[in-house]
Write a protein that binds this ligand. Sequence first.
Ligand code: NAD
Length: 169
Amino acid sequence: MRALLIGRFQPFHKGHLAVIKKILGEADELIIVVGSSQHRDAVENPFSAEERVEMIRRVLDTEGVTGVQIFKVPDIGDDNRYPGHVMEHVPSFDVVYSGNSLVQRLFSAAGKEVRAINLIKRKEYSGTEIRRRMTTGEKWGHLVPEAVVKYLNEIKGVERVKKLEKGTG
Ligand code: NAD
């Protein structure tokens, strides 16, 4: 069985990693879609699609997770066409895993099996919360895998998030 997981991964955090491991306990293969791939250097989307793919690859390598393919998919203006648009970018799949109600609804309407994800520590394992902490100088490193901390240090990711928040990025 081949599964699909869509996310913005701004940035990739420990909730995402836990979900990937859970899915691979049920599915043989996983397609990860890095969504909103056209966005970068924006307050809610600081990291480019290439950077997000790199974060995910490094974490999966470190964790020894195999059976995963990663694709970048831009958004489109028409939600109802989104499932078909994603399918044009990725190999065939059997089931979509998501905790996002819009994604669940759209793929169900397109005839795909959808399995809901239970959010883990949703207040902390959250891209919005992690970016907020980066901006205020609060601790955030424990909320993402170590490989993401290292990568964000390499690309000066926290500086970027702070600059974007201040409007000077
Ligand atoms: P996300 O990075 O917030 O989450 C990715 C997945 O991980 C989701 O299924 C989410 O429920 C799950 N997750 C997040 N935090 C978790 C936690 N703490 N514990 C367990 N699981 C957790 O991404 P998202 O917002 O769901 O991404 C949806 C993507 O689909 C976006 O890029 C969006 O733009 C795109 N989209 C586009 C259109 C369009 O272009 N018209 C329509 C719908 C969706």
